[in-house]
Write a protein that binds this ligand. Structure first.
Ligand SMILES: Nc1nc2c(ncn2[C@@H]2O[C@H](COP(=O)(O)OP(=O)(O)O)[C@@H](O)[C@H]2O)c(=O)[nH]1
Ligand SMILES: [Mg+2]
Length: 399
C-alpha cells in the first residue's frame, strides 16, 4: 500500500492517537530531560533536584523509565507518546551491562509480539510496546564519536531506528558544529554504524516524504538545543537559551535542528518510523530468531530419527517373536493332529481286532481316555510352554 494512503488509514482509525514509542539514551547531563520536555512542550520528566552524589558512587545499572503524553500536532494529528528514559547510561567502568539491558528491553518487546502472533487465541488487550525510535545523545566534544557511542549504536542499530543527535549544540560555534557533524558522519561510515536511513526510494514513497528525507539526511546528526525558557526576540516570544554573549533559539534552524527533528518524529516520518520498526526491524529479528530455533531443532534432531528407528526395530523384533510363536503353535497342533490320527487308526485297528475276537464294543474307550486329546491343550498353555525359549532365541542380533 502507498505510504500516504496507509498513513491516512492509520490516522483515521486511531481516535486515541497514534502510538509512538521513543527512547532517549545518552550519558547524564547531555540534556535528555530538557529535550523531552521541549519536545512535548510540558514538564513531562521532572528534573532530579534532590540529586544524591552517593548514587553515582555505586554506578547503578541502567534503568528504563517510561513517561506518557497525549499530544496533538498542528495538523490535528493525535499522538499517544511514550518516552523511555534510559537512566545511568555510560556511568559504569565496564558498560557491557548497559548495552545489554537496553538491547534486552528492545528485544523483549519483539519477543512479546512474536509470542502473541503465534498464539491460537489472540489476546485482545495485548500491548504492542515495540520501540519506534531511539534518540542517541552524542557529547559536543568537537571530536567524532567515543567508543561508548560506537558500541551502543552498533549493537542497537539492528533492532531500533537510531537518530543520533549532538547534545547541547549551543556549546559549539557554528564552525565547530559543522566540523563535529562531519567527523561523526565519517565515523558512522568508517565503523559501519547502522543508524536510521531516511528513505531514498521515490517509487515506494511519495514525493513529499522523499523531499523531507533529503533535507533531514543533510542535517544528520541533528544539532539539538533544548530549553523551557522563553525569550522575547524582535518582539516575538520564543523558546531559547539566553546567555550574556547571545541567544540560542530552539526553533531557529540557524541555531538548532530541533524543529526539523521534531517534525520528522511527529509528522513527516511518524508512520515511516513505525513501519520501519514493524516491517523491517521486527521482521529481521523474527527471521533471525526463528532460524536460530530451527538450528537448535536441527542440532538436536538426530534424536528424532533415532527414536523412530528404535521404535521400528522394536516393532520388527516383536513381529518376529509373534511369528515364531505362531509357527510353534501350528507345529504343536500339527503334531497333536498327527497323534490324534495315529490314535484313531490304532482305535480302528483295535476295534477290528476285537471284532475279529468277538469282544464287546464298549471296551476300547479305556485306551482313548488315558491319552490326552488335542482339545484339552488350550492355546494359552502352548504359548506359555513355547514362548519363553523362543522369545529369547529370536531376538534379532543388535536390536
Ligand atoms: N547549553 C545547553 N544546556 C542544556 C541544554 N539542554 C539541557 N541543558 C542543561 O544541561 C543540564 C542537564 O540537562 P538534563 O536535561 O537534566 O540532562 P539529562 O541528565 O540528560 O537528563 C541542565 O543544567 C540543563 O539545563 C542545551 O540544549 N544547551
Ligand atoms: Mg534526565
Amino acid at each position: 500500500m502507498h505510504t500516504a494512503t496507509r498513513s491516512r488509514t492509520i490516522r483515521k482509525a486511531t481516535k486515541k492517537g497514534i502510538p509512538f514509542i521513543l527512547m532517549v539514551v545518552g550519558t547524564s547531563g547531555l540534556g535528555r530531560t530538557a529535550f523531552v520536555n521541549t519536545l512535548c512542550e510540558r514538564p513531562l520528566i521532572q528534573r532530579r533536584d534532590n540529586f544524591d552524589p552517593a548514587d553515582t558512587a555505586a554506578t547503578p545499572n541502567v534503568e528504563i523509565v517510561p513517561y506518557h503524553a497525549d499530544l496533538e500536532m498542528e495538523d490535528k494529528t493525535k499522538i499517544s507518546l511514550t518516552v523511555l528514559d534510559a537512566l545511568n547510561f555510560g556511568e559504569a567502568i565496564n558498560n557491557e551491562n548497559n548495552f545489554e539491558i537496553i538491547q534486552n528491553y528492545i528485544e523483549t518487546q519483539f519477543d512479546n509480539v512474536l509470542e502473541e502472533e503465534s498464539r491460537i487465541k489472540r489476546n485482545a488487550r495485548f500491548q504492542d510496546n515495540r520501540v519506534h525510535a531511539l534518540i542517541y545523545f552524542i557529547a559536543p566534544t568537537g571530536h567524532g564519536l567515543r567508543e561508548l557511542d560506537i558500541e551502543l549504536m552498533r549493537r542497537l542499530g539492528p533492532c531500533v531506528n537510531i537518530l543520533p543527535v549532538i547534545a547541547l549544540a549551543d556549546s559549539l560555534t557554528p564552525d565547530e558544529l559543522e566540523l563535529n557533524k562531519k567527523l561523526i558522519n565519517e565515523d558512522i561510515e568508517r565503523y559501519q554504524i547502522p543508524v536510521y536511513q531516511f528513505p531514498v526510494n521515490a517509487e515506494e514513497h511519495d514525493d513529499n516524504l522523499i523531499q523531507a528525507s533529503d533535507y533531514l539526511r543533510s542535517l544528520m546528526p541533528f544539532a539539538v538545543v533544548s530549553s523551557d525558557q522563553l525569550a522575547e526576540i524582535n518582539g516575538q516570544v520564543r523558546r531559547a537559551r539566553v546567555y550574556p554573549w547571545g541567544i540560542a533559539e530552539v526553533d531557529n534552524p540557524e541555531h538548532s535542528d530541533f524543529q526539523a527533528l521534531r517534525s520528522a518524529l511527529f509528522q513527516s516520518h511518524l508512520d515511516e518510523l513505525r513501519e520501519m520498526t514493524t516491517d523491517v526491524l521486527y521482521e529481521n529479528y523474527r527471521t533471525k530468531k526463528l532460524s536460530q530455533s530451527q538450528l537448535v531443532l536441527n542440532a538436536s534432531s538426530p534424536i528424532v530419527p533415532n527414536v523412530q528407528t528404535d521404535i521400528l526395530r522394536e516393532e520388527e523384533r516383536l513381529r518376529a517373536i509373534e511369528m515364531s510363536v505362531q509357527k510353534e503353535i501350528e507345529e504343536k497342533r500339527r503334531q497333536l493332529l498327527a497323534r490324534e490320527e495315529a490314535l484313531h487308526a490304532l482305535e480302528q485297528k483295535l476295534a477290528a481286532a476285537n471284532l475279529n475276537a468277538g469282544v464287546n464294543d464298549s471296551q476300547p474307550n479305556t485306551i482313548t481316555t488315558s491319552i490326552p486329546t488335542p482339545t484339552l491343550m488350550t492355546p494359552t498353555i502352548v504359548m506359555k510352554d513355547v514362548s519363553a525359549p523362543i522369545a529369547a532365541s529370536n531376538i534379532p542380533q543388535g536390536a
